[in-house]
Write a protein that binds this ligand. Sequence first.
Ligand SMILES: Cc1cc2ncn([C@H]3O[C@H](COP(=O)(O)O)[C@@H](O)[C@H]3O)c2cc1C
Ligand SMILES: O=C(O)c1cccnc1
Length: 337
Amino acid sequence: MDYRETLQAAWRRMERLTKPPRSLGHLEEVAVRLAAIQGRLKPELGLGAVVVAAADHGVVAEGVSAYPQEVTRQMVLNFLRGGAAINQFARVAECEVYVLDVGVKGELPQHPRLLSRKVREGTDNLAQGPAMSLEEAERALQAGREAARQAIAQGATLLAAGDMGIGNTTAAAALTAALLGLPPEAVVGRGTGVGEEGLRRKREAVARALARLRPGMGPLEVAAQVGGLELLAIAGIYLEGYEAGLPLVLDGFPVTSGALLAWRLAPGIREHLFAGHLSREPGHRRQLEAMDLKPLLDLDLALGEGTGAVLAMPLLRAAARILHMATFEEAGVSDRP
Ligand SMILES: Cc1cc2ncn([C@H]3O[C@H](COP(=O)(O)O)[C@@H](O)[C@H]3O)c2cc1C
Ligand SMILES: O=C(O)c1cccnc1
């Protein structure tokens, strides 16, 4: 059965299950979409994986983050030791954590959970010139694909991306504004918690990057102009997961900017995307609206790392179980007054 046929057949089964129609709300839509993705009326989800892509950003020179650049590398070490929020949430969500270094400044140790594919040590400052070359953008995207292939080979049935990169909400805002044709004010937010001055500097940095873009630039060229390396890797992670036929869970603002790029490169990916949560970062709503996706959770999170995506994984598994319920006929339950 193809996607549309399975979707329709799953809706018909949904209507016969032992519950009032639509009483499981948004989860019903998730369930039938999972059925359609897997091409079976009773979808099954097992182990999850989150690939946390990490890289640095030259735009930090503009004073756009509340934290220093070295936090990127320090947090990668924290991920590898299991001490970050993503590690703790992944434990309760039956999800493996993989880390991908596509451009962290400084050295990182070898580790079984770390894929080292440093394209370069951070991007150039997007407010001053191109963040990277087109060739580097392509390499970052391929690194994401490779990391996703590893996670899938190790048994992932559900795939999410995470982000780590001080300054990346500025790059994500520039990428989102460019891809969706929005002004900086619509997509720039406080990130790790910058004040009014920081907010103004972020808008200014984004405006300067947007001024360099020319009509006719392709999505990858736009991404090379603004970065970041980890956002390109995130696009690659999702593209690979899509081609492997997996359900894909989105996280917050930086991750969803990478997903927007993937969607521009392969519009069919939309069928595989689930919005794990709605971030506090204001541009996230615009991104989800553009792809017509409804978030599963709304918890006022503004962290990244894949945390909101991983928290939604148990909900996706629960949604899949809905289609394993008994029907009125099977259970001998009366469905008419
Ligand atoms: C300790 C710490 C852990 C984090 N984990 C994710 N982020 C998040 O914050 C950063 C983006 O925000 P901005 O653009 O304001 O720098 C990214 O690294 C993102 O993953 C973190 C930030 C910090 C400080
Ligand atoms: O929306 C997110 O995921 C986010 C918000 C702020 C900082 N880092 C990530």
